[in-house]
Design a protein around this ligand. Sequence first.
Ligand code: 5AD
Ligand code: SF4
Length: 480
Amino acid sequence: MANKCEFLSLPDNNLERNRIISFSFNYDEIIIPEALKKFAKGKKYYIHTYGCQANYRDEEVMSGILEKAGFIKADSEITSDVIILNTCAVRENAEDKVFGKIGELKSYKQANKNVIIAVSGCMVQQKHIIERILDKYKHVDLIFGTHNITDLASMLNEVILKHVRLVDVKSLPGDIKENLPSVRLSSFKAFVNISYGCDKFCTYCIVPYTRGKERSRKMNDIINECKELKDLGYQEVTLLGQNVNAYGKDLKDGSSFAKLLDEVAKLGIPRVRFLTSHPWDFKEDMIDVIAKHNNIMKYIHLPVQSGSDEILHLMGRRYTVAQYKNLVDLIKTKIPNVAISTDIIVGFPNESYEQFLETVEMVKYVKYDSAFTFIYSPRNGTPAAKIKDNVSPKEKSLRFRELVKELEKTIKISSDSMVGETFDVLVEGPSEKDPSMLSGYTEKNKLVHFKGDISLVGKIIKVKINESHLYSLIGEIVNE
Ligand code: 5AD
Ligand code: SF4
């Protein structure tokens, strides 16, 4: 492939901060250029996705477009003609992994000159990353961002026809596109976007810049998608948004997350989940809807990030420790036996040891059922990255380990309490560690391993728990 580079658009931090945009809903079908269809005949693609569920959902749409063009899914990168690295920018180590992978692909490209290598997703919404790729990784042919994955067919066509390197990373989201082709990664559990982007601008977070303004899909479009999934026999649907609770505010037509959740639950899908909840927007009517429907899983992911009022303020989280605790109390009162999980950042700039201990206190108070813990990672262009930090990396690691120890105490109590009890488990497939066992998740997202026939994959079955291993459980199928 020639080295000439064509720039259609480049990301711009000022535009990304600009929240005053208007958008409409686009129901047009994606058109595949004839030349791309010809090129795709007998060719294979592979998408390597990093990061969160929003990225996995993007992978499904990109697969849909590629298969509509005629490409076939490959089993690995090194048997494919088009490789897309669909990236995450939320922490530096996520980016390091991607650069490692891009580096690995160099020899494959040298041996297979016609292979097209593309990098997409949140990472390339940052100008310095694009510059680094263009400069150091000449074997990358196409760079495109989160706002134009639906242009994949025309971008590939351009690269193939013109023999150019192409960069098309937009800063503004544009219309919400419906009627997208999609190849789902699972035949029994699905993710459904309810909103895109985020308006919260937590000071450490890159997402509002990489995913743009918060935009809700219309309630009807979401419900129709869920209904189709139900008719196809899907057992679990997860409603996705950076802040699901803020759903509908921008539509100004009376739509709200409580209403949407209620309507989706009424469709009768066996398991309904939602991700992620921001404590600030979590209102009582939502709790009531979760409590009311048996098929809404009693599992709430409620990122706390810190247990210190000063740090929460510096993070721009918009709630205090007392408000978060009140919300947890209300949830626990209205939904007995609810499981609560969280995200926590350790070592925000200048966090004192006392402030860290307040986070440990929060963990003791809430008794989380599971948690994702992270060491703070400065993200270029975010306000927190400009703060001079006086906490050493070594100290941050020590605090991280201390926090995990505390979390493991409460997680152990919740896992141990399940021994002897029977739970509904949605069977995912053979266990990764021991393929002679099957694995699946309970309503409250606990991982269970058990012996069983492969034909059970995709079904909800009863499993009695015999052993608790902190992060997973061992059980046996109970026939009722
Ligand atoms: N450093 C560390 N963790 C971060 N997260 C988001 N941004 C950062 C960052 N700069 C974490 C938050 C968020 C989760 C998805 O990732 O805890 O909830
Ligand atoms: Fe990032 Fe905060 Fe938005 Fe979550 S709510 S995506 S942490 S800015």
